[in-house]
Design a protein around this ligand. Sequence first.
Ligand code: PMP
Length: 378
Amino acid sequence: MKKVYFDYNATTPVDKRIVDAILPYYLNVFGNPSNMNSAHGKEANRAFKNALRDIADYFSVESIDDIILTSGATESNNLVLKSFVDSAKKPCRIITSKIEHDSILQTLEALGDDVIVDYVKNDSNGTIDLQDLENKIQDDTVLISIMGANNEIGTIQPISEIAGIARKHNVPFHSDVTQYVPHKRIDLSKVSIDYISLSGHKIYAPKGVGLMVCRNDKALSKIKPQIFGGGQQNGYRSGTINVPGAVSMAEAIKLLDVEIEQDNEHNRVLYNSFFKVLRQREIPYRLNGDPVNRINGNISVSIDGITSIQLLAALYEYSISTGSACSTGKKSHVLKAISCPDNVISGTIRIGFGRFSEEEDIVAIANKIADYYEIAHK
Ligand code: PMP
């Protein structure tokens, strides 16, 4: 049986070019970059700094010190949210949306009475309401945290406009851009997002590595370390520096820089091919998320009268999901927040694709869905 991977929103396969680029940092350049007394340490340190330089250039931040290497977007999100609550007069207010990833929502929940969470309204496509955002800003609002693109339904948020509102009211803006970065460029010298979180394993790098990038020194100065120890990364994030991880992030980002348009075009072709089949075969479906402002490598769809459990069973050779991999088994908080009726929630599947997906496979899965629908409705 051919197994086909269509779960790129959960994690991407690692690009072989990234594996090749990081291997020397396991096998040869394996020193501890904090040990600057040894030749091995020095060369590892150089590799780390070079990786940070590449990352800083891509996002247009001046200093490599404004980049914190983390274990992934979950840690990056925790770091930003907790920093602001730590240094605020309590309770403070943070504005976010109901469709954020659990690493935002659960962190805020865990902060308990120290933070009052104001949820900005969103429409039925998941796009946040900018007027409501502005109305919700209060004197004790310490941070706005809105994601760049949603991991379940693919909707892209108007982050430049959000940044403009945040700037106007002098409130720092953090964006979890984990799902946005594989599809869209971000230039922090042009759009005033103060902090971004991202993850390696959505951009073809390995799991267990991510970044928190601050727009400038001023933004960095508000970050309060959450992991203490040897004082690595200027004390902002202790723990022996993951040099191959840093190199993998730099390689992933350099590849994106060259290939992002090509990746997007490829995804757009696959996306269109999928719906072309459903339309030609007159299968009634509902697409979740914004039909236009969306990342192309995501399809969140429900098929009339069919549950996702039935579909997952019928499509067993395809790795797809019912929603976020991080909350498997729970009713999707994202679909609830966009007011999907229960039958839509229990009928939704998520198909995620990207750089290594093939058009014939997306056509085949669409045809299988259509076959199943026709049999079920005979
Ligand atoms: N935010 C979003 C939007 C995500 O999609 C994910 C991964 N599912 C995360 C945060 C968490 O990232 P990580 O697995 O690197 O901790």
